[in-house]
Design a protein around this ligand. Structure first.
Ligand SMILES: Cc1cc2nc3c(=O)[nH]c(=O)nc-3n(C[C@H](O)[C@H](O)[C@H](O)COP(=O)(O)OP(=O)(O)OC[C@H]3O[C@@H](n4cnc5c(N)ncnc54)[C@H](O)[C@@H]3O)c2cc1C
Length: 317
């Protein structure tokens, strides 16, 4: 079922969902199942699976460093299929512009279509670590909007290069990213919202937000998005802090602010076990307020271990 259909079917009841990251290459999928199992009691209608960009690794060879390219967490579509069939739940693979040509993206989408995966998140991806600005792969997309258009073309039965007769159209529901604190490269929130509107006009069916720790940022974003003519569901994505290092890491990686009250509580902690508890409590409060505001879905960034998400969901759902 499509995400938008799940939302419609819920008739105003807030749904629970979460995002997982594929295991590192060489690790076992069982690890992933062990973290999904405890969350299934909250009946998520869908689970997102991220995609990681390729990266460079340096291998020493005869005293010199040989640069190789690798993908440390491959397998997004395979994991989606495995989870879909094991738990009978919809899965949403994240599809990236970065590192993929349009042809490779088409093959990936065809795989999804054959596997009965009919929801995808269309994302640009970040620049590679050595790049200052995002650069598309040769023959790839520069912005997520172009990826949305490619997916919508498949929904119309329009494959790349138009060399085939089509009797089977895809039917993807497409999610895109939104940024309550604006995307780091956007000159202003309003300009970012105009870009978001372009993605929706290109055919995006719903938006999932970047994590935020102050609900006012989300409420303001939804209000401004409506003013900008964006009328698709805007799903809040939230995450409990779990280690002291998040104080620096989250602002650095995700370009978001932490509220003063949360920072003070984290700074009082003697160890990461206490930080994890602060994260759970903060996230419960955030979740309850968002739930009371009638958000369509509470979408949690689980990032590995799920005991904290389970503790939050027990209090909220
Ligand atoms: C819910 C969610 C899930 C994510 N999942 C993943 C994942 O699985 N893997 C991963 O690598 N990353 C993921 N990301 C991160 C995302 O890839 C990065 O934030 C990336 O930098 C931007 O992606 P986007 O799809 O928002 O890009 P876009 O929508 O293309 O926007 C990128 C920037 O370009 C600007 N822009 C858009 N169109 C134009 C234009 N025509 N001209 C000039 N500027 C323009 C926008 O304002 C924005 O600043 C996720 C982010 C979110 C919020």
């Amino acid at each position: 079922m499509k995400i938008t259909e799940h939302i419609k079917k819920a008739k105003g009841k807030t749904l629970f969902s979460f995002e997982i990251i594929p295991p590192q290459k060489g690790r076992n999928i069982q690890e992933l199942y062990n973290n999904i199992d405890p969350l299934m009691e909250f009946k998520p209608p869908f689970i997102d699976v991220t995609t990681s960009r390729e990266e460079f690794v340096y291998i020493e060879k005869e005293g010199l460093l040989d640069r190789k390219i690798t993908r440390m967490r491959p397998g997004t579509v395979g994991i989606c299929a495995a989870i879909k069939h094991k738990y009978n739940v919809d899965t949403v693979p994240h599809v990236l512009c970065g590192g993929f040509s349009k042809e490779e993206t088409e093959y990936l989408l065809v795989d999804c279509h054959y596997l009965g995966i009919n929801n995808v998140m269309a994302l640009r991806g970040d620049a590679m670590k050595h790049q200052r600005y995002f650069e598309p792969a040769k023959g790839g997309h520069l912005y997520a909007k172009e990826l949305v258009l490619q997916i919508q073309n498949l929904n119309k039965g329009k494959y790349l290069h138009d060399v085939i007769d089509v009797d089977d159209k895809a039917d993807f529901c497409v999610g895109v990213a939104g940024y309550p604190e604006k995307h780091v490269e956007a000159p202003s929130l309003q300009s970012d919202l105009r870009r978001l509107k372009e993605k929706v006009d290109a055919g995006a069916n719903y938006v999932v937000t970047q994590m935020f720790f102050d609900n006012e940022k989300y409420f303001n974003f939804v209000k401004e998005a409506k003013k900008a003519g964006i009328n698709v569901p805007i799903i809040p994505g939230i995450k409990p802090v779990s280690v002291n290092r998040h104080l620096q890491l989250l602002p650095q990686v995700f370009k978001i602010d932490l509220p003063e009250a949360l920072i003070i509580e984290m700074e009082k902690c003697q160890n990461n076990r206490q930080v994890r508890q602060v994260g759970v409590e903060w996230c419960i409060e955030q979740s309850k307020e968002l739930l009371a505001a009638g958000v369509p879905v509470l979408h949690y960034y689980s990032m590995g271990k799920s005991d904290n998400i389970q503790a939050i969901a027990r209090e909220v759902f």
